[in-house]
Design a protein around this ligand. Sequence first.
Ligand SMILES: [Zn+2]
Length: 593
Amino acid sequence: MTYHALARKYRPSTFEEMVGQEHVTGTLRAALRNGKLSHAYLFSGPRGCGKTTVARLLAKALNCAVGAADLPCGVCDSCKGIAAGTWLDVLEIDAASHTGVDNIRELRDMAQYSPTKGQCRVFIIDEVHMLSKGAFNALLKILEEPPARVFFFFATTEPNRIPRTILSRCQRFDFRLLTRDELTARLEEIVATEGMTIDPGALRLVVSQAEGSMRDAQSLLDQVLAACEGAVTEQAVVDLFGLVQSDLFRELNDAILTHDAAAALRIADRVAGAGQSLDDFAAQLVGNLRNLMLLRIDPALAAGISLPEEQISVLRGQAEGFAAQDLLVLLERATRGFERIHRSTQPRVVLEALLVELALLESRVLLSDLVRRLDALGVVGAPATGGGNPRSAGKSTPSRSAPATGGAHTTSGHAAARVSAAPAPPRVAEAIGPEDLPTVSAGGEVFQAAAACTVSGWAGFIEAMLATSPGIAACLMEGIPAERDDRIALTYPVEKEFQLQRLRQDLALLETEARTHLGRKLVLELVDGDHQARTDHREDLRRAVAPTENEALDNERRKDATLDSLVDLIDGEAIPDAEREDWLRRPGGDSAS
Ligand SMILES: [Zn+2]
């Protein structure tokens, strides 16, 4: 069953009736009065907050011969026809179902003819970001030279998906979510007009479910009014929508704070038992964590939260119990969980797993914070390099470790003990030292084999080749480089002869590239026997040119002894700073709109 009756019935027929978006309507009405309306406008913003309504009002204003320039009468033929969607000069297209270039070509042809009855031809394209590339190109041609008396109003929830060429030819207005007050006032009017009454508590519930969308608010109200006779009570709304979400999330937040997985599971049980959509619940869970994060970062951000004040103050208290970075991780896991629940054939199991995961998530303090705090205490901060790293320490033999860091490879030490004052040799050299590697004969000369990463420029060379000739790069990675003066010998064991032959086919290219990137001559050689270091070597190289996330962290740890010892100290997995910033930049997640 769909509920659109109220939304249709109470759709504003004049600018005065519009709720909110005054920053948009004010400017547009002034343009109408001055006859300065542009040919193309882009209205962006969340769904259900008035974009197409404003577009229709403009269409009416342009065509109404009765009212003043910015005051369509609402009763003349064109006003009525436009409201009913039957006025031929005003064409409304849903780009989601008309994405093709042909649709736009048709539209372009239509635009060439004079309006049939009215004064202006208006094209309203909803969800315009859905148009295909070809359709956008066709559209661009009209926008470049729009015929007189032709106007385009585009609406979109995703302006970032619209080509710049189009954007640059439109005047853009950003619509915002409606405030609770705006929604409340409008719903009160509607309830009164319908001859009903509604409890303040019930109204508040409806408004908070609508999350700033007028269309959602009206369709929820529709359901409520249909289910109640005369008077709407809070209990009736609770019964209708299943649960009091605020209580549920307050309990869930507590369960996460106290790492109470059993309590979290009981909540999953209640949600599933109430027959609530698990999809919706997971989406609200993301929203709930987002709210906590906003409040944790800055309580003043409460303005961006569409909840009653008393719920916000509860959330504010709970937010204080979380570290902001923990909330980021929780939010990330919840977002991932939401996607999984959405796709799963067993959403309940996935939800349960998600809630347990959230409850059991170990608190992690961002390394940078810890560094700062420990720095302040004078615990760490010595500018030491090198240092131990258990994950890669296996490669170095104890006898070869530098004395200064010899004791630092154990995981039991504390940061203070582990950071030595004396600089240690760089880790890579430590991992595979020259004496570990055999000498190789190539071109009649003896070369000292080397760990790939110690051959100056080798990793960079491979990286460059990966970008331009991945096939060649893959073969290069199989070889083991050895250096002598101005040459690098790349040797291959017999079983890798194929790779060697492959390289020989492109010898000229290889030589040029080697000269450019390495500044040295490359000698290719097939050798007998197998070198112990070969497998390590290839792995080292891959690590250098294409590190996994953990290896990238390891690389950072190698460069920064303080960071390294801290990772050991808290025995933690770090969130890379880049990822953290990503999360902070994210405007509140999808569920908010
Ligand atoms: Zn009119």
